[in-house]
Design a protein around this ligand. Sequence first.
Ligand code: HEM
Length: 306
Amino acid sequence: MAREQSGISAEGNLHGQYLLFDCQEGNEAAIRNQLQEISHYLDEMAELYSDVAFSAFIAIGASYWDLLYPQSRPALLRPFPSLEQDDRHAPSLPYDLFVHLRSDRADINYMVSNEVCLMLEDLASLAHEVKSFRYLDNRDLTGFVDGTENPKGLHRQEVALVGDEDNDFRGGSYIHIQRYRHNLRKWNKLKQKQQEDIVGRTKQDNHEYSSFNKPKTSHIRRSGLKDEQGNPIEILRQSMPYGDMQEQGLFFISCCRTPLNFELMLRSMIVGDNKGHYDHLLDYTQAVTGAAFFAPSLRFFAANGQ
Ligand code: HEM
């Protein structure tokens, strides 16, 4: 069975740690072996630390995939869709590997991160690292609850995992990440009602605006898309806030059985509709990174190691 990696459709928890690696060329065989080891190790940790809901996944960069696994490629794997419109940008900053670790204990995340870095020593260099945290009752640092309309229960897996449509990659997931840096000074100058109009939900009670009252420039109007039959276009968001007293933002993560849904949402936010309605949240936050990956099933790693 093509079992998914534990972190893909896991429920939210308190702490996250994200490791982004660039791999040295020529090390592919050794890296394939290490990824088999690491995926097995992470699976063991998920069992050992199930009491603190430890979960993890490893994802391979879209432009690194062919070098690492030249025999086969997920059908829809493609680079991050970098976009630019007026002063809104979605830059692309590719990485070779993304290791996503989460649990309710920052010390466990630290310990496992350390082990993963040791296992990749001399093969890959750690290009970027971010620690994230739950803020209050699952709020983004703008003060709004984030994740409310995420798929629930078993539907999380239906949205996030590749199925029969690409049998060799069943149980895998297309991953997009963007690190957003908020301008909270500017955001906090807005009146609460102005902030609510930008998000499309109330701040304290997290009530969704009625369709009639939801501005075309609100975040949930721009990201809550439907297909031609009226069915919702969905992604599973695993985003969490990060930051300190100098820099704050959201580490946005999308997991989905197709890259198309994220691409459509991002375009709708940045470029907007044919009347120029873009997502006004983007006047207060800016993506500083963007990368596309594929997180294969545990079986894939096991079959492609030594
Ligand atoms: C700084 C960046 C972002 C912030 C602060 C943010 C915050 C939020 C908040 C507060 C909500 C409402 C509650 C909820 O349903 O979760 C929401 C909804 C949503 N966001 Fe974002 N988001 C950001 C970026 C993105 C991006 C880049 C995408 C996809 C490309 C996205 C997709 C969605 C979707 C699909 C929903 C649910 C819409 C609905 O059906 O109501 N978000 N986001």
